[in-house]
Design a protein around this ligand. Structure first.
Ligand code: NAG
Ligand code: NAG
Ligand code: NAG
Ligand code: NAG
Length: 370
């Protein structure tokens, strides 16, 4: 009996610590309902790991940015993976996680890196939009301004974003209670990859001045690309992520690529420890929901294609015609006439296993109506 209880506890702890660092994605649930102006708010919600509580108490003003980042991470992940078999719907369960995110998979590598990039992005932007008392616009870049512009405007404060964002994202992994060393190294590495993608997304933005848009004077600053750009970059890294193992290299244990190419892990690559399911069929053990009922695209040969989405199970079709009103005219007095046109033919292909596919043809023959 005692053994049974211990086993239960052990499983519980492993499960709850797997993802301590991204519990905060759960702040989307009611993070906006709190004022974040009293330290006890930090403990009120089910979302912060113990090591993040202190950061929260000391930097309450950052918490609005963190809650914003949590929402953005969920939405962006689902948008970026909308046409993939694994479509990131399991982030909705945060702060509870299913094995697809809890087991050191390629998918968890993506989510950790995205979350780390977004929390820093969100803080850097909050600085430049004047929402935070502790920071403001970035100082003018060290590099020389060009012959046709001068530095000005208000740059996103990437430096402060990275500093506070990494303190927040990495805090739980500095604690040996939050999972095995291999897991912690993996998550720390992937967080850093996410922040590097953010650093790479800093670009020079300019505004023209001068007589009637002549652009004789230009002011430029360093601003961050939007999140979708960063997410696309990280998705590419997800697709080419490297499986690693934790083993001795000299005297220290490190993560090294599992395949026999003897090289250290690169700073630009996402890494994972555990292979994933193919996500074709439902399987609780892997956190796979399967692709039944998902829509697919017959004309595409990429990720959303029926071939990949339906895992070779086949599909049937049905067609749907969508008609829209257009060229509406107002007549004195008082009625409106419109024409109608077909905006699209959707051809769905539901099968015995209910896979769908869409084929869109835009038809512009306008049908007059009254
Ligand atoms: C905290 O913020 C809420 C709403 O944002 C406000 O109603 C409340 O008075 C504030 N409390 C303190 C102690 O500042
Ligand atoms: C994601 O996939 C699951 C499982 O197939 C499905 O239930 C869900 O509707 C999908 N979500 C989106 C946004 O497509
Ligand atoms: C289907 O794929 C084709 C080719 O990639 C693309 O042009 C089209 O927009 C896609 N249709 C939908 C509904 O996503
Ligand atoms: C239908 O209307 C659109 C503008 O709404 C026009 O561009 C198109 O040429 C029209 N098509 C036909 C067949 O009249």
């Amino acid at each position: 009996m005692k053994l049974h209880v211990n086993l239960f506890l052990w499983t519980f702890i492993v499960n709850t610590n797997c993802c301590a660092a991204i519990y905060w994605l759960g702040l989307t649930v009611n993070g906006s309902s709190v004022g974040w102006n009293q330290t006890h708010h930090c403990k009120l919600l089910d979302g912060l790991a113990p090591d993040q509580l202190q950061l929260c108490r000391r930097n309450l003003e950052l918490m609005h940015s963190v809650v914003h980042a949590a929402k953005l991470t969920k939405n962006t992940c689902q948008k970026t993976f909308g046409d993939m078999r694994w479509n990131c719907s399991s982030v909705e369960k945060a702060p509870r996680f299913t094995p697809d995110l809890a087991k050191g998979t390629r998918e968890s590598a993506f989510v950790f890196s995205l979350a780390a990039a977004i929390v820093s992005h969100s803080i850097a932007r909050a600085c430049s939009s004047g929402e935070l008392p502790s920071c403001s616009c970035a100082p003018a870049p060290a590099e020389q301004a060009g012959p046709d512009f001068r530095w000005g405007g208000c740059g996103d404060n990437l430096h402060y974003g990275l500093q506070m964002g990494s303190a927040f994202s990495d805090a739980p992994m500095r604690n040996s209670r939050s999972g095995s060393q291999a897991f912690r190294l993996m998550h720390l590495h992937n967080n850093a990859v996410g922040r590097q993608a953010l650093i790479d997304a800093l670009e020079t933005k300019c505004k023209c001045h001068g007589v009637s848009g002549s652009c004789s004077v230009k002011t430029c600053w360093k601003g961050l690309h939007d999140i979708n750009h960063i997410a696309t970059d990280l998705k590419t890294k997800y697709l080419s992520a490297t499986k690693v193992i934790h083993r001795h290299v000299g005297t220290r244990k490190q993560l090294v690529p599992k395949e026999l190419d003897v090289r250290p892990v690169r700073e630009s690559e996402l890494v994972y420890l555990v292979s994933s399911s193919d996500y074709c069929t439902p399987n609780d053990k892997y956190g796979s929901l399967g692709t039944q009922d998902r829509q697919c695209n017959k004309t595409s040969s990429e990720s959303g294609s029926c071939n990949l989405m339906c895992c070779g199970r086949g599909y049937n079709a049905y067609t749907e015609r969508i008609v829209e009103r257009c060229q509406c005219k107002y007549h004195w007095c008082c009625y409106v006439t419109c024409k109608r046109r077909d905006v699209a033919w959707y051809e769905f292909l539901p099968t015995n296993v209910k896979q769908h596919h869409i084929h869109v043809t835009v038809l512009l023959d306008n049908v007059s109506t009254d």
